[in-house]
Design a protein around this ligand. Structure first.
Ligand code: CO
Ligand code: ZN
Length: 335
């Protein structure tokens, strides 16, 4: 699975330009499935198992896009100004390397900053591709780039760019490969533009009309020096999301996830995330509403070129979801 993750993180897919990553995912899963399509926004939608009277229609969803930058202006000397695609932190930009979709590489630096302790905004930054004039740069306004952050295996932990959310993608791919029999009609969806207000999940869910949904994405942790006050750590298992900035998860789904994990002996954590949300928000409020929950993979330094996770948390997420989707489901609600 590490080889798969390496391949996925080293493939580009900034929000709205997911062609490369979509092709890579498709190549990976094609031998295992019969029904696969891409909708008009670019979501890759896979169906496994036909509709049945005994089971539910379950939507499993992971966004395949990643944050990046988009060129806004190229000056006569070839320096490229840019703005963000998704949640790009200025602090992670300085000194970073980027790769445009045509392969052009560059580094990010900024105008001189007289006030040394002030955060430099993206408008004061530029990309230097090593070109000496605008005429020798292939980049035009509107061209997108992703950050460079190669996969590094640290043993228990792994680090790379875009573990948000190529890990979710890898988890769904593993599930497609491993899930032979299920009483449920399963839709595996690789969504676009999650980092841009979750647009892909809106259309995908509307088209599928699931009975319930499970999203796989990363979440922040509270286990770094003087970090967030949050009870999620690397290495303690997948986190069952209770709520985030955009939604409160369906209590029946949360209960089902917790009980399933306990029965299977999978350790899990409970997540309350103060900033940020996932595709589960638009899924939950699609049409007349869809009971939705999230299996989150704890991740340090989210939206940096060097995100970090514990590999066992990834493996256990696969196990937990496998348990969830291969058994009969009866959601219950405490009153
Ligand atoms: Co993200
Ligand atoms: Zn994400």
């Amino acid at each position: 699975m590490k080889a798969l993750i390496k391949k996925l993180v080293e493939t580009s897919g900034p929000s709205g330009r997911e062609d490369e990553i979509r092709a890579a995912i498709r190549a990976e899963i094609e031998p295992y499935i019969r029904e696969i399509r891409t909708d008009s926004l670019g979501n890759l939608i896979v169906r496994k198992n036909a509709e049945s009277n005994s089971g539910l229609r379950i939507m499993l969803s992971a966004h395949m896009d990643e944050i990046g930058v988009i060129a806004t202006h190229v000056d006569p000397n070839g320096f490229i100004r840019f703005t963000n695609i998704g949640g790009v932190y200025p602090k992670y930009c300085l000194g970073s390397r980027v790769r445009f979709l045509d392969g052009t590489r560059g580094i990010i630096d900024s105008e001189r900053n007289p006030k040394n302790n002030e955060q430099i905004p993206l408008e004061k930054m530029f990309i230097d591709t090593g070109a000496s004039s605008a005429s020798t740069v292939s980049i035009k306004p509107g061209d997108m780039a992703v950050f460079e952050g190669p996969f590094v295996d640290l043993g228990d932990k792994i680090t790379a760019k875009s573990l948000d959310n190529r890990l979710g993608v890898a988890v769904l791919i593993e599930l497609i490969k491993q899930t032979a029999a299920s009483p449920h009609e399963l839709y595996f969806v690789f969504t676009v533009q999650e980092e841009m207000q979750q647009s892909g999940a809106v259309t995908a869910t509307y088209g599928i009309q699931p009975d319930l949904a499970i999203v796989v994405d990363v979440t922040a942790t509270g286990d770094t020096p003087n970090g967030l006050r949050m009870e999620v750590s690397l290495g303690k298992g997948p986190a069952v999301k209770l709520c985030d900035q955009g939604m409160v998860c369906d209590p029946g789904i949360v209960k089902w996830m917790k009980e399933t994990a306990e029965k299977a002996g999978i350790s899990y954590q409970l997540e309350v995330l103060e900033k940020g949300t996932t595709d589960a928000r638009p899924i939950q409020i699609s049409r007349a509403g869809v009971p939705s929950g999230v299996v989150s993979i704890p991740c340090r330094y989210v939206h940096s070129p060097s995100e970090m996770v514990d590999f066992q948390d990834v493996r256990q997420s696969v196990r937990l979801i496998q348990e969830l989707i291969t058994n009969p489901i009866q959601l219950t609600y405490d009153t």
